[in-house]
Design a protein around this ligand. Sequence first.
Ligand code: ZN
Length: 174
Amino acid sequence: MVRKILKYPESVLRKISEPVDRVDDEVRALMADLVDTMRHVGGIGLAAPQIGVSMRVIVIEIREDETEDKEPQIIRLVNPEIVEARGTTRFEEGCLSIPGIKTNVRRSEVVVVSGLDEEGKEVRTEATGLLSIALQHEIDHLDGILFIDRVSSLKREFLLKRYRRHLLSQEQAL
Ligand code: ZN
């Protein structure tokens, strides 16, 4: 089911999400809603707090080459944790909860992430490139951290000004 994506400064986006005790049908239904919602808006990742659920669950879908018939790589993770991080990289990020703005964010280049899959089985993934960035961005959401927190305060002020203007123009368009 497609759910409503909450926008900054909604308070749940600033909360530290609760760890999941057991991966049951309720958690799997949450994962399905996250995937539906992410696909509906064409996003590459979504974290449970973005649909108002303060639980440590994320989904990521990286579309490889669109021209190929390859199955998209879809990741559903419960209680994800970065257990190792190497190198630094910069990537222009945006966020479905702060639409209308994008900025370069400094991230680790390679991350090793552990967590539970949709069956509750322990998994460990080493990621580079866009998947590494997406994992770091979505795991930040579970700790109430947004990508605008990872730039200078001056830059953040500028971005938030633009974001407010974007929201106003959206309102006027309705
Ligand atoms: Zn985001």
